[in-house]
Design a protein around this ligand. Structure first.
Ligand SMILES: C[S@@+](CC[C@H](N)C(=O)[O-])C[C@H]1O[C@@H](n2cnc3c(N)ncnc32)[C@H](O)[C@@H]1O
Length: 277
């Protein structure tokens, strides 16, 4: 059974666009692959693979003796990924619709590494997902996660927080919602410990990217949110909110463009060797 999250709002256009504009996510994914020391012959699971850019990159590292299984609940993103690799003759990679909460297609103790790049914040049932990842990892296998840090929002997330303190949003939305799909370090660590993971290695990586203007930045955000951009704001307030957000973005326009800073948590953790689940 696939537990549907907000992916039903995705469209083919947003999926195609994500493939082109997701350079920030891709760069974090490449660093994560390096931190995980992925090597030739490894068997990898990519949970929330999106349009498959990182999976394709990893498929080259693991070579013909390796194998990468890639799943995502967003059907259109999987279609983009499948289309891209169709003519490339890459027998060590597969893309299927699926979610982190249900890895029942995969046997216990079967992966060297499970990777979740900029996905964790979007997962509805994080506990079930971590239990499933733990089950399918080989003893001593590694899980790698990148996810936005809630305690250290980048300047653009601060705009959102500030806007939501203004009326009418303060009364209508409240300040506790999480538009950035981020998680605090404490909460993340507690979830990992509760799931049984050990040797938790957590790093904060700060990256910066400039977008030409507010339209480019919003286009990127819409594609990254797979149709859920502004889902925290009631429909009747979205146009007003969007135009106030654009005004705030334009105040930050410089000759180089508008800077977007990401404070990204990179986590590498291990399923203990002695636990054969
Ligand atoms: C920002 S994208 C990251 C995609 C990809 N990992 C990358 O590096 O570009 C977040 C992805 O999480 C997926 N997602 C949402 N809910 C999920 C769930 N419950 N299980 C697995 N993936 C999920 C979305 O469909 C989306 O493709």
């Amino acid at each position: 059974m696939i537990i549907m999250s907000s992916v039903i709002c995705d469209t083919p256009t947003l999926a195609e666009r994500y493939d082109k504009v997701s350079n920030s996510q891709f760069e974090h994914g490449k660093l994560l692959a390096e931190e995980l020391k992925i090597k030739k012959g490894d068997c990898i699971l990519d949970v929330g693979c999106g349009t498959g850019r990182l999976a394709e990159y990893i498929s080259e590292i693991i070579g013909n003796k390796g194998r990468i299984y890639s799943i995502d609940p967003a059907e259109y993103r999987i279609q983009v990924a499948q289309k891209k690799i169709k003519d490339k003759n890459l027998p060590n990679i597969s893309f299927e619709v699926g979610s982190g909460e249900d890895l029942s297609n995969f046997a216990d103790n079967s992966f060297d590494t499970v990777i979740m790049n900029v996905v964790f914040g979007w997962i509805t049932d994080k506990k079930t997902t971590l239990a499933e990842v733990y089950r399918v990892l080989k003893p001593d296998g590694l899980m790698g996660i990148t996810t936005s840090s809630k305690g250290l929002p980048g300047p653009l997330m601060v705009i959102t927080d500030e806007l939501l303190k203004r009326e009418p949003y303060a009364s209508e939305v409240g300040s506790n919602m999480d538009s950035g799909k981020s998680i605090t370090t404490d909460r993340l660590l507690q979830l990992l410990i509760d799931a049984g993971f050990s040797d938790i290695n957590l790093k904060l990586r700060r990256t910066s990217i400039h977008y030409r203007n507010s339209s480019d930045l919003i286009e990127f955000t819409e594609a990254s949110h797979f149709g859920n951009y502004l889902d925290h704001v009631p429909l009747y307030l979205r146009d007003a909110y969007r135009s106030e957000y654009i005004t705030e973005l334009e105040k930050r326009q410089t000759a180089k463009g508008i800077e977007s800073v990401w404070n990204m948590l990179h986590v590498i953790t291990r399923k203990p060797a002695e636990d054969a689940y």
